[in-house]
Design a protein around this ligand. Structure first.
Ligand code: FAD
Ligand code: FES
Length: 282
């Protein structure tokens, strides 16, 4: 597959200190880490985060770290201070439950930044960002940078208002923000595609418009199909399960349109939607 973004920064393996780790309602949490020697990240890049605080004995239950988008904190650490990296996450299983139990002062292992993020939004273009569920976390920095260069619309969706991630942060940006919830408890009742479809119908310059989508696979597939039907480019950030995060376990392989497979952790997580063989994804 064609690489979409940049991966100029070498990943580091760092013991980060928890500064804050708090519930934001529902199962959503915000983790703020102090990361020494943080090399910085590009929008869409991610870290592998140890599943729980590190004690004197190495944790082995669960053994594997969990991939998390760098939500905010893309600037490199300025010596002698450590970088401040934010993660928005949803407790969905044992790993994220253990992460939610890490207390301020405790340490989490961070490996990153990893993957290829989003390419820079072109100036004078139109950017339509679509985030569903935890996919919202991969889009904040892209939106924050896009506003200075392009007409930026952000659609955030979740099952209910309580599940929405990062809404207040996005509302603080100079963007056109649209909310959808499946139960109608906030914004438009329905799916993110119910907001995306009319936006795409109004596009006057398809060649300078790009949809950036991150969320559950069916959502990204639907966004890709909608964009294609309007001759608009679509970039997706895939959220496959990952064991290593840097090309060793082959557990994140995704079927490629041109044949074969691509590793989401190395060639992605951001791909041009035309490069993904959607019909062969679970
Ligand atoms: C590049 C990337 C960035 C991500 N960024 C974020 C983020 O910023 N915030 C966030 O909350 N989550 C994010 N995720 C998803 C997150 O990694 C998983 O939710 C997490 O690994 C689940 O671990 P667990 O041990 O709690 O749950 P598990 O016990 O491993 O699984 C619990 C449930 O979650 C499902 N699940 C597991 N992994 C994923 C996944 N990758 N995508 C969708 N469903 C999954 C399982 O199928 C199962 O139903 C990201 C994933 C990737 C690949
Ligand atoms: S997560 Fe191990 S190869 Fe991609």
């Amino acid at each position: 597959m064609t690489s979409t973004g940049r991966d100029s920064r070498l990943p580091s393996r760092i013991d980060a200190q928890v500064l804050e780790n708090r519930s934001e309602g529902g199962n959503n949490h915000r983790l703020v880490l102090s990361v020494p020697d943080w090399p910085g990240a590009e929008p869409g890049q991610f870290i592998m985060l140890s599943a729980g605080a590190r004690a004197a004995v190495e944790r082995s239950d669960p053994l594997l770290p969990r991939p998390m988008a760098v939500y905010r904190g893309h600037a490199p650490a300025a010596e002698p201070a450590a970088g401040r990296v934010e993660v928005l996450y949803r407790v969905s299983g044992r790993g994220t439950q253990l992460i939610s139990e890490a207390l301020p002062g405790q340490r989490l292992r961070v490996v990153g930044p990893l993957g290829r993020g989003f390419p820079e939004v072109e100036s004078d273009a139109s950017a339509v960002l679509v985030g569903g569920g935890t996919g919202v976390a991969s889009l904040y920095e892209l939106a924050a940078r896009a506003v200075a260069r392009a007409r930026t619309t952000v659609v955030l969706g979740a099952r209910t208002a309580a599940d929405l991630m990062g809404r207040d942060d996005f509302a603080g940006l100079d963007i056109d923000l649209q909310i959808t919830t499946e139960d109608g408890s906030s914004g438009l009742r329905g799916l993110v595609t119910d907001a995306l479809a009319p936006l795409l119908r109004r596009v006057s310059r398809p060649s300078s418009t790009t949809v950036y989508a991150c969320g559950p696979t069916p959502m990204m597939r639907a966004c890709a199909e909608l964009a294609e039907s309007h001759a608009v480019r679509c970039l997706v950030s895939l959220e496959n399960n990952m064991a290593c995060g840097f090309g060793v376990c082959l557990g994140c392989a995704v079927p490629a349109r041109r044949g074969g497979f691509a590793l989401v952790c190395q060639s992605g997580p951001v791909f041009d939607s035309n490069d993904v063989r959607w019909q062969d994804l679970p």
